[in-house]
Design a protein around this ligand. Sequence first.
Ligand code: IPE
Ligand code: IPE
Ligand code: MG
Length: 247
Amino acid sequence: MTAKLLHTLPSDLDQARLPRHVAVIMDGNGRWARQKGLPRIIGHRQGVDALKDLLRCCKDWGIKALTAYAFSTENWGRPTEEVDFLMILFERILRRELAEMCREGVRITFVGDLASLPTSLQAEIKESMAATVNNQSIHFTVAINYGSRHEIIKVCRQLAQAVQIGEIKLEQIDEALFQQHLYTSGEIDPDFLIRTSGEMRLSNFLLWQIAYTEIYFTPTLWPDFDRSEFHQALLDYQGRDRRFGKA
Ligand code: IPE
Ligand code: IPE
Ligand code: MG
């Protein structure tokens, strides 16, 4: 299929049964670079292009929400040069892409412990969220310094405090209230989660939110994950029977 044709939804996909919300664990940048004899940071740079194209593709094909795992709470354990490079890369991309995201109607949101990020990155994050808050074509969520366990503990503390000060009763804590306190509050849970690079694990990503998400693992390294790979993943998704525990 030509690149041009892929701008519209491939005919073997059913528009009515597309996932409404896709999440991606963008893994394999380092290996992609190593295979080419390049430094890991080149893999990260290439990974940005893959993410940009996936965002555009979701928008073109009518998928209303995309969530991408960009940096985990565990990724601080990487060499300082790599972490520093990533922080600068995030900041630079935000600055560079903001106008285009506005033009394309992208609403961008960040989830994670943002207060621990470099202050200059926090400023770009704030600005891009504010500038795109009313955009409607797609909701793009980027998880930075995100860890599910951290998120769940944060919710527990908030709810415990609310009980302690008498704001709510213990019995009022239910799944809906818990959900409202997650970083992802206001967005539906992902219907489909894709992890690239052949690793079959979740690495602390959206553990609460993916209780009934369909999961797809592909050996393709993230920088090589293009529209035709996404097309294959969606065909797989549409072949699944989502029973949600029912017979
Ligand atoms: C994913 O690629 C990007 C981040 C975690 C920031 P990796 O950097 O984990 O690449 P591999 O897994 O080492 O190949
Ligand atoms: C998961 O990838 C985090 C992101 C993609 C941001 P990692 O490469 O950090 O995960 P592990 O270490 O292989 O589990
Ligand atoms: Mg990795």
